[in-house]
Design a protein. Sequence first.
Length: 337
Amino acid sequence: MTRRVSLTQYLIEQQRQHGHIPQELRLLIEVVARACKRIAISVNKGALGDVLGTAGSENVQGEVQKKLDIIANEVLIEANEWGGHLAAMASEEMEGIYLVPNRFPQGEYLLMFDPLDGSSNIDVNVSIGTIFSVLKKPEGAKGVSEDDFLQPGSQQAAAGYCVYGPQTTLVLTVGDGVTMFTLDREQGSFVLTTESVSIPEDTKEFAINMSNMRHWDEPMKRYIDECLAGKEGPRGKDFNMRWIASMVADVHRILTRGGVFMYPWDKREPNKAGKLRLMYEANPMAFLVEQAGGAATNAHQRIMDLTPTQLHERVSVVLGSKNEVERITAYHLDAKS
Ligand code: AHG
Ligand code: MN
Ligand code: MN
């Protein structure tokens, strides 16, 4: 019988063999995984658990909050605040940072999350997820402030997501490749199912919300027009398209079989750099994708090199199979010069 390795075993073995997962970070990852299990239970209950529909409130970004956005946010906070591994948290669903209450010990790590990604898919029973990113509090910083979070993605100590789909899968990087764990519902534990995830450099599959095409800039239109032209066009091959409208699910497909994902800047709200958020959507996904051999840019430069100026900063995102990301980025840079 093949040996089943749980997330806990995997993390302990990594710590022993390579020493690159400090104890506090291991605890943090396990606590996040436990929170994801609780969120998965609520997601699976659906209408039976009274978790569908809107909550009647808006978040700081002016988006209508779904009941599950709020439930998932609370689960993540409750699970993480008391363990002593964190200094503070930040979330898509909270305007400011959340300091660990004084009654609990303070740790060195900062946790950011999109508690429920793909909110428009909750009520229609399509895959959704939780995305997280971990930074270390800057050395010597007294207390914690929002500025402590504004570090480039290249500083992430760990990142991952949990996708709630036909299977519940936790995908993790601590900067040494990407590993996938599938939730065994009967046992209640995440079991290692894929090691050394690798994204093929080339692909014939792209993911973008095509309904926004008329709002894109020229280099983006050029790239998609060339894909749509298929075999007879300049690319000389037919492309396939997928758009799930849950970044977690689209990125999960790309980590599994390759592809390129784009949510570019567009003219609908020209003052916003993009729709997706840098700190808890783009950075963790960029870290995972790079660790799997892919690339991630804002169509001009590497996402993980960007220094954030605000917690809820938005960014254009182009990520996935390396050669396609490089092509799209080159089209944008050519148009600029
Ligand atoms: P969230 O539900 O956390 O607000 O994120 C939704 C994001 C992302 O998951 C997805 O790729 C994108 O928004 C979908 O946007 P459109 O509805 O514009 O296609
Ligand atoms: Mn999201
Ligand atoms: Mn969300």
